[in-house]
Design a protein around this ligand. Structure first.
Ligand code: SF4
Ligand code: SF4
Length: 226
């Protein structure tokens, strides 16, 4: 059996709730006047780093919504060395994502083996025409510039293999360049020495024969000018 309620108790409760919430900090952001502070890895839109894409089609095959469209053709590359074999490579003609179908699952980004797709936190790309939600490669590339830099590594973390490989290549190139500089310097010094000898000969002089170098004027009768 329910207890009889006191008249006006409901009103008092409602007023108590109103007073409690009036004193709390507001959490409603007045978008678009106030931009939301999104986490850097928010799933807003997908950016394409075209240079890394090898047209392997993995992302298009794995997309559960079939909303990635890729067209490509094959191109023959001449052999790297004479007598070598010609090779062929895929050239990207079209890469588009239909964001009207995309469900932002991130599978395409996860499966891309060449780091060509990235999440950008940008989300302001609403359109009044649905077909304009299909973003072609140029637009996907533009989104790339809004992708935030990856967070710093933990102290003591292993160096990423891409950075290690790039550093080793840079070190090898620097060593090769230094070697070339040394060779150039040695050649220049050798050429300068030859030029001095030729000049002395043309002026009718020979090198002083004083091996100790004690007679720099060349007045030694044994080693003087002939
Ligand atoms: S996020 Fe998911 S649904 Fe959207 S394009 Fe990538 S795989 Fe397809
Ligand atoms: S998985 Fe990556 S490399 Fe392969 S087609 Fe898709 S974006 Fe290009």
């Amino acid at each position: 059996m329910s207890r009889p309620s006191i008249p006006g108790s409901g009103l008092a409760k409602g007023l108590a709730v109103t007073l409690r919430t009036m004193t709390k900090k507001t959490v409603t952001a007045q978008y678009p006047d106030t931009q939301p502070e999104l986490p850097p890895r928010s799933r807003g839109v997908i950016g394409l780093f075209e240079e890394n894409c090898t047209v392997c089609m993995l992302c298009a095959r794995e997309c559960p919504d079939w909303c990635i469209y890729i067209d490509s053709h094959k191109e023959t590359i001449p052999p790297a060395a004479p007598g070598g074999r010609e090779r062929s490579r895929n050239v990207l003609d079209r890469f588009a994502i239909d964001f009207a179908l995309c469900m932002y699952c991130g599978i395409c980004i996860e499966v891309c083996p060449f780091d060509a797709l990235f999440w950008s936190p940008e989300f302001e790309y609403a359109e009044t025409e649905i077909h304009e939600l299909t973003h072609e490669r140029d637009k996907l590339r533009d989104w790339m510039w809004t992708v935030p830099a990856p967070p710093a590594l933990d102290p003591g973390a292993e160096e990423p293999k891409e950075i290690a490989a790039a550093r080793k290549t840079a070190e090898k190139l620097a060593a090769a360049e230094a070697q070339v500089q040394v060779q150039v310097q040695v050649q220049a010094e050798a050429q300068a020495g030859t030029a001095v000898q030729v000049q002395n000969k043309s002026q009718g002089r020979t090198e002083p024969t004083d091996p100790q170098g004690t007679d720099p004027q060349g007045t030694d009768p044994q080693g003087g000018p002939s």
